[in-house]
Design a binder for this molecule. Sequence first.
Ligand code: PEP
Ligand code: MN
Length: 466
Amino acid sequence: MTQTQPTTFPDSAARLGQAGAANYPGLDAWRSLPISQQPSWQDEGVYQASVKELSALPPLVFAGEVDVLRERLAQAAQGKAFLLQGGDCAETFDAATADRISARVRTILQMAVVLTYGASLPVIKMGRMAGQFAKPRSSNDETRDGVTLPAYRGDMVNGYDFTPESRGHDASRLVKAYHTSASTLNLIRAFTQGGFADLRLVHHWNKGFTQNPAHARYESLAAEIDRAIRFMEACGSDFEALKRTEFFASHEALLLDYERALTRIDSRTGNPYATSGHFLWIGERTRQLDSAHVDFLSRVRNPIGVKLGPTTTGDDALRLIDKLDPNREPGRLTFITRMGAENIRQKLPALVQKVTDSGAQVLWVTDPMHGNTVTSPNGYKTRRFDDVIDEVRGFFEVHQGLGTFPGGMHVEMTGDDVAECLGGADPVDEEAFLTRYESVCDPRLNHMQSLEMAFLVSGALSQASR
Ligand code: PEP
Ligand code: MN
C-alpha cells in the first residue's frame, strides 16, 4: 500500500470553526494518525478558505435519512432485503448532466426491479453517486511519452487533462465537488420522489437505450409487472407506495478534510453525522486499523462500509468490527468483499466463518469488479464480464455453503452505451474501446451488461432468499 505524504496543514485546519461540530470530542483525532492517499494541496490559502466554506454550507443529506438507511441495511444483514449499490468508479464534474444522471438512475431502477421481481425481496437502491469524486491511486505519478506528472486523483483533487496545470492539486475543487454533489442529489431526489420512479413507468425506464437482448428481456418482464399492477388496480388496491422510491447516495470517504468539514451534530440526538452522503466506505488501500480513515469513520453515526481484498485475514475483520461497530448494531457495518474470481471460493469462507463465529452480524456485499481488473492487449484497463459474473456466483456459493446471507452487490456501472468491460450477451470487444471507452478511472458495465448481470443475479438471489 502506498503512503503518500499528507500536506493537509493540520494545525490551521483544526483552528477553523466547523459549524456545530467544531468542539465535538474525537472528530479531529485522525489528524495525528498515519494517513495515506491524501492530496498535496498547492496553495494553503485556497485550502483554508475551501475548508472554511464547506464547514458553513448546509448538509447534503439529513441525519434522519441516514438512520432510515441503517434500518434498511439491518434488514439486508438479516436476509430480508438486498443492497444494490452502483455507479461510476469516478464521477466527473463534466458528466454531471441531466441526461447522464437520469440514465444511471434509470439503470439502477431497472436492475432493482429485475432483482425484486426475481427474488421477491426488497432491494435497497444506492448510487455510487453525488460524491464519488476522489480516487485512491496505486502510483503517485503517471508517465506518458517520457513526461511524468501527478496521477489523476479524481475531480475533487485535480483534472484529468495531462498538463502540469490540470494535474496540480487545487483545493477549490473541494467546494466544486460539494456543489456538483448537491445538484446531482437534487435531480436524484426529483426523479425518485417526483413521479419518475413510479413503478407504473417500468416500461418507460427502458426508453432511449439501444436495443439489445437484455433490453428485450427487460421489456417482457416489464409487461408482466404491468399486468400484475393492472390486475391489482382492478381489484381496488391503492398504489401510493409504488409512486416513490428511496434512493441513497454513497461514496468512498477518502479526503478526510472534506468529510470532516461536512460533519454535523444532529440536533435531535447530539450525535455526529457525516452529511456528505448517506453511506460512506473505506477503501482497500486505507483500511489499516490504526489509520486516520478507520478512526474518523468510527466516530460518525452513518452506516459504514469497508472493502476487503484477498489479503484480509479473519483477525483483520474482527478488529475492524471491534473498532467500527463496537455495539454490534445491525446495519452499522457492511463488508464489501473484492477477492477476484480466482480467489473468492478459497478466501471468503474462512473470513465469513470467523466473523459469524464471533457472533457479529455484518452485511456481506460482493464487489465483483475490483479483484478482476486486467489490461487488454491494446492497453486499456478492463474487466471480463465472465470473471465479474464468476465472482458473484462464487460469493453466492460460499454463503450458501455456510448458511449465511449474500446481502448485496456493489458494481461500477453506467447507463451509457460505453465499451469498457469485455464480453456480455452482445459482446464488447477490444476494438470498441477505441471509440467508446469513456471512464477516467476503472471500467464500468454499460447499460446492457448491467441489466444482464441483474438477470443473472436474480436467479441466484431467489434461491438464497428461500
Ligand atoms: C473503488 O471502489 O473504486 C476502489 C478503488 O475500490 P477498492 O478500494 O476496493 O480498490
Ligand atoms: Mn474503481
